[in-house]
Design a protein around this ligand. Sequence first.
Ligand SMILES: Nc1ncnc2c1ncn2[C@@H]1O[C@H](COP(=O)(O)OP(=O)(O)O)[C@@H](O)[C@H]1O
Ligand SMILES: [Mg+2]
Length: 375
Amino acid sequence: MTAETIIELSGVEKRFGTLTAVRDLDLELVKGEFFSLLGPSGCGKTTALRMIAGFQEPSSGTIRIDGEDVSTVPANRRPTNMVFQSYAIFPHLDVGDNVGFGLHRSGLSRKERRARVSEALELVELGGYERRRANQLSGGQQQRVALARALVMRPKVLLLDEPLSALDKNLREAMQLELRRLQQSIGITFVMVTHDQYEAMTMSDRIGVMFNGQLEQVDTPQTLYASPGTRSVANFIGGMNFLPARLHNEGGGTLDMEIAGFGAMAVGRNPNVADHGRNALVGIRPEQLEIAAHRPEGYDSTVQCRVADIAFYGESIHYFVEVDGVPETMTVAVPNYFHSVDFTRGATAWLGVQAASVIDLGRNRDNETQQGEKT
Ligand SMILES: Nc1ncnc2c1ncn2[C@@H]1O[C@H](COP(=O)(O)OP(=O)(O)O)[C@@H](O)[C@H]1O
Ligand SMILES: [Mg+2]
């Protein structure tokens, strides 16, 4: 049995004059999942979320929530609720009135409303805060009030637009885990917008990565990290070394790649004879490279390198190294484990890499453009 669909966007597009903020958006979300839309500022995340909420009407395409076409249904009649980037809390009202604000037209009695408010405050761990003034609360507490105000309406889907961006780093990280726990305990679908890759990865069941109004890949955090489909996704999520390569396939067996600087490796992905000789782009994560003073053993490829620069991050050390034949400086990330690895600037070292760590990013469009321009 497949999980039940809660939100379905098909061919959704939003144009502002000549600008297309969101294009050709197809997306299916399942009940109870924590889904994040991740992408750089201006890529159309908020616009997509506002269309799901009903604050903005799509220029074309349809939006279905829980089986119903809501494309023309106003926000207040959709089973969704939104937590805004700025909490939009009324500073002159107390916490209880802030949280209960949306219930006034619900037809519930005063007593029922009070019970619902206190239940929502319990959920966000602000039980008993009803009579506190909103402007006397810390940033983290205001964020929780905004959350309680959305949850009190018992939405089927909670929409969150960069909900933690106003908080400082430590509080933000604590709230990430807390928000995730809350979502799991109440079991409703969360759709969050963020430009922070770590936030998206720590909190989400699945992530949709957007660039220039377009969804480029939808996957679990683990899959996005291990198998990014495009250079932009690979570059946006975690660090990545990009290397030009050329495919070799003399028929049958695994696919060989001739990788700049590293030589031939049996990468073995979808052998296709027609691919023989094609330009490719591969990626290697900085932490998948071994750096050592002597040629390391047990690797599919080893090459010499020169340490050009070093960055100390506390828990890890990054070496920026040059390898003959590799056009760009490569990054090697080493966990700071008893200083087992310690090179100085200008030192000569060895790199080791396994074929399994080489990510095939498909055609190398950079090379193709350059070659096209030459001819
Ligand atoms: N109401 C609007 N009128 C005109 N342009 C808009 C409007 N809202 C958003 N945009 C534009 O649409 C693009 C996407 O914006 P937005 O969805 O806010 O991006 P994000 O949330 O990913 O930062 C941007 O270029 C932005 O300037
Ligand atoms: Mg935004």
